[in-house]
Ligand binder design. Sequence first.
Ligand code: SF4
Ligand code: SF4
Length: 433
Amino acid sequence: MIAKTRHISDTKNLTGSLPAIRYVDPKFLYLPLTNARCTKYEIYIKEGEHVNCCQMVGKRIGPFFEQPIHATCSGTFVGIEKHYHRNGKLTDFIKIENDFKDTFDPEVKTRTPDEIAKLTKEEITEIIKNCALVGLGGSSFPTYVKFQTDKPIHMILVNGIECEPYITADHRLMLEFPYRVMDGLKYVMQAFNCKHAKICIKSKYKDIETVYRQVIKEYEGSGIELCLVGNYYPQGWEVEMIKNAEGIQLNTGELPSNQGIMNFNVSTMVGIYKAVKYNMPVIKRFITITGDGIKFPKNFRVRVGTSIKELLPLCGGYKNPEKDKVFILGGPMMGASVPNDDIIVSKTVTSIIVLDKMDYVEEPCVRCGSCVLSCPVHLEPVQIMNAVKTLDKERIKKLNPLKCIECGLCAYSCTSKIQVTDYIRKAKMIAKL
Ligand code: SF4
Ligand code: SF4
């Protein structure tokens, strides 16, 4: 059966209406020393040394960027331990024992409205850089780099679409902190001298729509409006969002700034608010712990660096403890799986999905074409898969797998339950060689 799949099963009702539980005082917090973009690091503190909350305790070093590492509580640096990172890899983490005093670093300070109003684009960029803000929707791309464009920007888009199934972290953040979203957006508009902005949500998010229709009235004359987009996947992909919100189709590889548009995830917008208003890096975030393998799926607001093992009992533990589990960091379509629950909430962890492991058998490809029909970037996943199987590098390159956004739709729509996306990932690696 040929199926064009964009309307994937909606599992947000497990947690969408649940307020986030505040869990911000774990005894130990863990900060990753490396990530996918930065594989080297420096540490500026010694074991046994006291650190302040928000103190810069080291930095990650990559080929293109450096990322300051900030303590997310005050306490004592007790050593380095290995845990699973969002990218699915075992990683070294700085371990800090919380002293529960929340002694803030002297760099943290409140800016008055007058001080903020005088900030230039360059100053706001520098603040965001020093606060090590990255794309908190999961991209982890350094936010200050986006601010460095010299293109004129006429529209800021806030991405509150959160189109992956299960995840409701941004949903709760939008409902619980609408003024932080709005103020962060005002600061971004100030930086770019931009007069128009749209907050994009799916049209079915009626609860968010109600709140923002009300709140936007308080920002009269700001140029901020609400934009309702379609309820399909991958509507949160920036190319789809821009097409729907602005009627502009980006070319392959074209940056939104080339069309005078800047887009930020809604959590990043709150990160910008905290950085500009308080000179504060991201030390807390919303996450969703959900999935059929957990008794009571929930949303949390936690300190960055919290171990998931502490949160699982608050969800009632596993539904079927005797069954093996699959843990997915991020959404089921684009997230990374890790082998156990030794997971730390880093800045870009949006959710942990716990599923009971199911044995399924891949069947042979029946050449149904569902994967081709579903691909939002118009690739031929089945052909790419066949080229990978025969290691035909020339053919792989011709089929252009580097255009793939790893949305997972080809695997989701496959009638033979083939993990087609895994083949596309392999093809991307081969094409880069
Ligand atoms: S994962 Fe890549 S190849 Fe598969 S449907 Fe998405 S964009 Fe297309
Ligand atoms: S890979 Fe799956 S979806 Fe694609 S043609 Fe084959 S059976 Fe159909």
